[in-house]
Design a protein around this ligand. Structure first.
Ligand code: ADE
Length: 224
């Protein structure tokens, strides 16, 4: 799978994909993440990519032409399944969307900055608009990193234990059950007996019950 990310601050995306699971996914050739600097596609002086909003108002607006130049140049060698704009007014992201996106081959993510991007670009090029939550970030980069990480880990072969993505929180609309590891007793806090029993049927039942209980208490909306 290939994920291309267009940004005006490429430095913000240096870290998230260079370590741990995302690095391993790329080393294994299962995921390719390409960071594209929008300023390389502008024809304006001083690498300008934004301008004042027509009609006035606070903040700058990202111009349409550098974005279109970038996309059309990338499209010469790529066909994108989706062109996704990260924006607080997009559809709120969840695990179901991550699952669906992980089945695609080629995604292009657009990180907004300033007050937003020219609406004509949204109307004519963007195929999905996604928000990672009801709060406003300084730009779309952290949101793009969230999407890429959550999608990338679902690609078969990326996680060592194939079943471990399936037992994540939200995969059955349930939160994950609690987990424990050594030592068996710490201070006077013991690991639940059932987990030491070796009885996998009982352990599975316990985990399902714990998941249900946790979901009922913390996220009853998921059970509706
Ligand atoms: N850009 C700024 N805030 C954002 C959010 N909450 N989700 C996605 N992109 C954003």
């Amino acid at each position: 799978m290939r994920i291309d990310i267009i940004t005006v601050v490429p430095e913000l995306l240096n870290g998230p994909f260079s370590h741990s699971i995302m690095k391993r996914a790329q080393d294994k050739g299962l995921l390719s993440v390409n960071i594209i600097n929008l300023r390389e596609y502008t024809t304006y002086p001083r690498a300008q990519v934004d301008d004042y909003p027509f009609g006035g108002g606070a903040g700058m607006v990202m111009m349409i032409d550098p974005l279109v130049n970038a996309i059309e140049s990338l499209q010469k060698s790529n066909t994108y399944d989706d062109i996704i704009f990260l924006t607080p007014d997009g559809e709120t992201y969840n695990q179901k969307m991550a699952n669906a996106l992980s089945l695609k081959n080629n995604l292009l993510l657009i990180c907004g900055h300033y007050k937003g991007i020219d609406q004509r670009f949204r109307d004519h090029f963007v195929t999905k608009e996604i928000s990672i939550g009801d709060y406003v970030l300084s730009g779309g980069e952290l949101a793009a990193a969230v999407l890429t990480d959550s999608i990338g880990r679902l690609i078969p072969g990326v996680l060592n234990d194939e079943s471990s993505a399936l037992s994540d929180s939200f995969q059955d609309n349930l939160l994950a059950p609690p987990v424990y590891t050594r030592p068996e007793i710490y201070r006077d806090w013991k690991v639940p007996e059932v987990l030491l029993s070796g009885n996998h049927k009982l352990i599975d039942e316990w985990r399902t019950n714990q998941s249900l209980e946790r979901t009922k208490i913390r996220r009853p909306d998921l059970l509706d």
